[in-house]
Design a protein around this ligand. Structure first.
Ligand code: ATP
Ligand code: MG
Ligand code: MG
Ligand code: MG
Length: 479
């Protein structure tokens, strides 16, 4: 089943259950000082759950563009290294605003997965909230009993407060959730460990696909819980992960959401995906980041030195650096991927089609300017090396290269290593810490799901410490 049909089937299914289908909200938040980017399907509906305003329908379904690169949900470091976390991804969701509750949400999720999509029941596991002493809450018996009717009990697992209790923030609507996990391991992999043990662990082939949140409490300022008068359902399913399952592949990057982009990267850079893990990571990073950056630009957020724009600039620079370092690409090429991306996504997301030219121009310009920076950095580094006696360069020089010229320290390290040189890391780290401290005070407060952004257009945004763009030259794990 093609990804386009998978998306359409989700929406058709919930339409048949009398949900109103709405388009994705822009990924970039405007007018909300508490959140920079939409990071879940629920975010655009936040106000309804808080009781401010009423939705057009009490049943809604959609696919929502999400970006998880800052705040509580920051998956950036995983992207490329694993095969199922993206920066930008689509979250398929269905909502009940004070309408249906656990019974329907669970029954429909099961019906859609096993009957409409035909997922083999034997690869599914579910989790339910086990309760929490801290809050005086018991097992979510209601959910457990509903699941018991449809899935063998040894496939119902207990989840703790961290994984199976959702809260909007330190106050407000909250409640237990039930997650659906898939086990797509090969027989060989299965022989090693039983599946159930791997749920909620970091295994690339036992992954969470759908989270069903049941909002039934309100967390008050004194931390106590009260029952909500109206109960709500909020579900989120990772579209790319669903495609992985339905297309019978072991990685999101092997689905038709990503393969056209990867083929294009291979053609442009003359490398082959699947031969060398370092190269593969770089390819996955680039294929992922071009989506994040393109959709952000399509939604009106261009790379810049301020707040959200700076986050986007750094994501793009991260992609450029992976290309520069591992694919040996010293001239702009990421903008050339926008064409295939548009062919894939432009029908479901017309903003991509409409803004294609702008997206290409902006990315190309950014690539040019950052590649110039990297070139200049190489010249400067050469000079530093010439003026250094001994085998160690001062940490201050490496910091200056990074701070003043934007030349990243791990690239410096790589070049130094090639010449049997090193630098004083301790000194470098001290200077970096000092600067980060300043940046943190001046820019962002991370709180729960929401990131508070100080709006000051004149002031240069120093950066989020949670958004590291550094390319890890050594850390890559086999999958
Ligand atoms: P995980 O535990 O895998 O990080 P999560 O519990 O953080 O996922 P939720 O906040 O429950 O994710 O979001 C709902 C669904 O969105 C998940 O079940 C998953 O399918 C999908 N999802 C979450 N984060 C990502 C991501 N970074 N890339 C792709 N899909 C994601
Ligand atoms: Mg997560
Ligand atoms: Mg999870
Ligand atoms: Mg989850």
């Amino acid at each position: 089943m093609k990804s386009q049909d998978i998306r359409a089937k989700f929406l058709d299914f919930f339409e048949s259950k009398t949900h109103q289908i709405v388009p994705s909200a822009p990924m970039v938040m405007k007018n909300d000082p508490t959140l920079m980017f939409i990071n879940s399907g629920m975010a655009p509906f936040k106000e309804y759950f808080l009781g401010n305003g009423t939705p057009k329908s009490n049943r809604i379904a959609d696919t929502q563009k999400c970006l998880r690169v800052s705040g509580k949900h920051n998956d950036l470091e995983e992207v490329g290294y694993d095969t199922y976390h993206h920066t930008m991804f689509e979250m398929l969701g269905n909502w009940s605003f004070g309408d249906y509750f656990k019974k329907e949400a669970i029954a429909w999720a099961w019906e859609l997965l096993t009957e409409v999509y035909g997922v083999d029941k034997d690869i599914l596991y579910v989790t339910v909230f086990e309760g929490s002493d801290e809050d005086g809450l018991k097992l979510d018996q209601e959910a457990y009993d509903l699941w018991k009717e449809i899935i063998p009990e040894d496939r119902i697992l207990m989840g703790n407060k961290d994984d199976n209790f959702w809260e909007m923030g330190s106050q407000g609507p909250c409640g237990p959730c039930s997650e659906i996990h898939v086990d797509i391991r090969s027989d060989e992999e299965k022989a090693k460990t039983p599946g159930a043990e791997l749920v909620n662990m970091d295994h690339p082939h036992v992954v969470e696909i759908w989270n069903l949140v049941f909002m039934q409490y309100n967390r008050k300022a004194d931390k106590s819980l009260e029952k909500l008068s109206a109960q709500h359902v909020d579900t989120g399913m990772g579209f790319e992960r669903l495609c992985m399952v339905l297309q019978d592949v072991k990685s999101n990057y092997d689905t038709d959401v990503f393969t056209p982009i990867i083929r294009e990267i291979e053609a442009i850079t003359n490398v082959e995906y699947g031969k060398d893990e370092k190269v593969d990571i770089a390819i996955r990073v680039i294929a992922d980041h071009v989506r994040a950056v393109s959709f952000s630009i399509a939604d009106g957020q261009l790379p810049s030195n301020n707040a959200a724009g700076y986050v986007i600039r750094r994501i793009l620079r991260r992609a450029i650096r992976y290309g520069f370092t591992f694919l040996n690409k010293k001239e702009p090429f990421i903008y050339r991927l926008v064409d295939v991306l548009d062919k894939k996504m432009g029908i479901a997301f017309p903003e991509m089609k409409e803004q294609k030219q702008l997206i290409q121009n902006v990315i190309k310009e950014e690539e040019n300017s950052f590649l110039r920076t990297l070139d200049q950095g190489l010249v400067l580094l050469d000079r530093v090396i010439k003026n250094t006696s001994g085998n160690e360069i001062s940490g201050k020089k490496v910091f200056e290269l990074k701070d003043t010229y934007g030349f990243p320290e791990d690239l410096t390290e790589l070049i130094l290593r090639e010449r049997d040189l090193s630098y004083n890391k301790e000194e470098f780290e001290k200077l970096l810490e000092k600067q980060k401290g300043k940046g943190r005070e001046a820019t962002a407060i991370v709180a729960d799901d929401w990131v508070t952004v100080l709006e000051d257009e004149d002031e240069e945004f120093v950066g989020y410490d949670t958004l590291e763009v550094d390319v890890k030259l050594t850390r890559y794990r086999k999958i």
